[in-house]
Write a protein that binds this ligand. Structure first.
Ligand code: GLU
Length: 509
């Protein structure tokens, strides 16, 4: 059996969208499950769409997710340019592989599968306009190629001359006129497409001596011994061409799997950055700063655990076939199967993403969570020993979705309230509540003692306790009173009660 080798082949045209991360993840899971290799290849042959910083972003985002390529990137996160035992197919950036492709394009011409095209962009524009005037769409293929300027129509010596003396020619694939291409997709099953409406795609351009996506992709998948191509469904329309390219070269074809799109949370259509902006969720794994200085927030900065993000993405389009929802990366590797990837689009649910984070937060140890919270506490100038922070975290973590929620939940364990919630004041700040509440706080040192005291006096437990909480925390709801007193100490509790009484009574008076 051949060793499984898959690749993630992004074009550095911008930040990696969460759909791209999912494609990388599925490739990674597929490779690891089969004990194979996961390759990162940068497809940067389209210089017009190149965005500085995008490649670095892609690599960093994958690393944040815990997806480490076996080949393509070194341990410092740089694309590998020089072949080595670990990275035998370097370089892995297509722009650095430029000299490789021309020969393959010319081989196809010699074999009759491709031809040289000399049409200028003006000529093509004109052909397009003429077709439009007739109410047709121009396609460069069997229906038009006989009337255009290419090596199929021009005399051989003229072709020779143009190849030698001009630099804006291309190599085009000679798409057969009437062939039914029979294809198999690991997710979608059998597909048949007739070539009659397909066009003669440009494979290589003399102007920049670069291949287009189609040629570079097929040549590199072959040279890098890729066994399965797992990619987004936007590439499905290119599959007949890719099948024919393998046939033309006489190469063994890899298996193909086209992943369905991630869909908007509401309505129909592809999940976009605009949906994220509108509904307030990130569509990028990490913060992205465009070359123009515009920023977009990411899951990392929004406080998501990479494990939660990955877990959520894995289940967005893959059905494990059981009730289990929480999967660690090794568990995903073990359970994943490409056959159980759903054919239809997967609707993204931002609330579910939060739910995953909450679950992972709950699974995290209080020590680790305390360590994550520490920088914020330091920034706020809070001084507390680590042991106490760990205890607080343990107390509040069930109430939080993100570490950044901790402060809102527990700030009053570190400092006295400076104000009191108006609606709770209106509700609980009544003489029949605060007089006994203050008395109770003087006499009792713990939550249990307080409860016992209120019970003994046959006073309404809820009202008195909420009144005490209002004095201790500024609000009638929140952590248990016993817990608050335990953390701030009895002296501080009493001081807060007295300060609250003074403030609220002078307000009222
Ligand atoms: N460079 C292509 C992209 O960015 C890769 C498609 C493929 O995996 O074949 O989507």
């Amino acid at each position: 059996m051949k060793r499984t080798r898959v690749r993630f082949a992004p074009s550095p045209t911008g930040p990696l969208h969460m759909g791209g991360v999912r494609t990388a993840l599925y490739n990674y899971l597929f490779a690891k499950q089969k004990g194979g290799d996961f390759i990162l290849r940068i497809e940067d042959t389209d210089s017009h769409r190149f965005v500085p910083g995008a490649e670095k972003y892609i690599i960093e985002a994958l690393r944040w997710c815990g997806i480490y390529p076996d080949e393509g990137v070194d341990k410092d996160g740089n694309m590998v340019s020089v072949p080595s035992e670990r990275h035998p197919h370097a370089p892995y950036r297509q722009s650095e592989r430029k000299p490789i492709y021309r020969k393959y394009a010319e081989d196809l011409v010699s074999a009759g599968w491709a031809y040289y095209a000399f049409d200028s962009s003006e000529e093509l524009e004109k052909a397009r306009a003429e077709a439009e005037a007739r109410g047709e769409t121009f396609i460069y293929n069997w229906s038009t190629r006989e009337n255009l300027r290419n090596s199929l129509t021009l005399p051989a010596d003229e072709v020779e001359r143009l190849l030698r003396d001009t630099t804006d020619w291309t190599v085009r694939f000679k798409m057969p006129k009437d062939r039914t291409v029979r294809m198999d997709d690991l997710i979608r099953g059998h597909i048949e497409v007739n070539t009659v409406t397909l066009d003669d795609k440009v494979l290589w351009k003399r102007a920049d001596e670069l291949p287009t996506y189609h040629l570079a992709n097929i040549v590199d998948d072959h040279l890098m011994e890729v066994t399965e191509v797992i990619r987004g469904e936007e590439w499905l329309p290119s599959l007949p061409l890719h099948y024919l390219l393998y046939e033309a070269f006489g190469w063994e074809r890899p298996g193909f799997a086209h992943l369905s799109l991630l869909l908007k949370p509401v309505g129909n259509g592809k999940l976009s950055k605009r949906d994220g902006d509108k509904l307030g969720f990130p569509v990028f794994p990490m913060l992205w700063t465009s070359p123009e200085g515009e920023t977009s927030h990411g899951y990392r900065e929004d406080g998501y655990f990479p494990e939660a993000f990955i877990n959520m993405l894995a289940l967005l389009g893959w059905n494990p076939g059981t009730e289990q929802e929480i999967f660690s990366l090794p568990e995903l590797v073990e359970s994943f199967s490409i056959e159980k990837v759903i054919k239809s689009g997967a609707k993204f649910n931002p609330e579910k993403a939060k739910w995953f984070n909450k679950e992972y937060l709950r699974l995290e140890s209080p020590e680790e969570l305390a360590r994550m919270w520490m920088p914020e506490l330091e920034e706020k100038g809070v001084k507390a020993d680590e042991k106490k922070i760990v205890e607080i975290v343990d107390l509040i973590k069930e109430r939080a979705t993100f570490v950044s929620d901790f402060w809102n939940i527990a700030w009053y364990l570190f400092k006295a309230p400076a104000e009191y919630a108006g609606k709770d004041v209106a509700k609980f700040w009544k003489e029949e509540n605060y007089v006994p509440a203050l008395q109770a706080c003087k006499e009792c040192r713990t939550g249990e003692e307080l409860e016992e005291w209120i019970r003994r006096k046959e006073l309404p437990m809820g009202k008195i306790m909420n009144c005490i909480r209002l004095m201790l925390s500024g609000s009638g709801s929140g952590l248990g009173i016993g817990d608050i007193i335990r953390f701030i100490g009895h002296d501080e509790a009493l001081a807060r009660c007295e300060a609250a009484a003074k403030a609220l009574n002078s307000q009222a008076g």
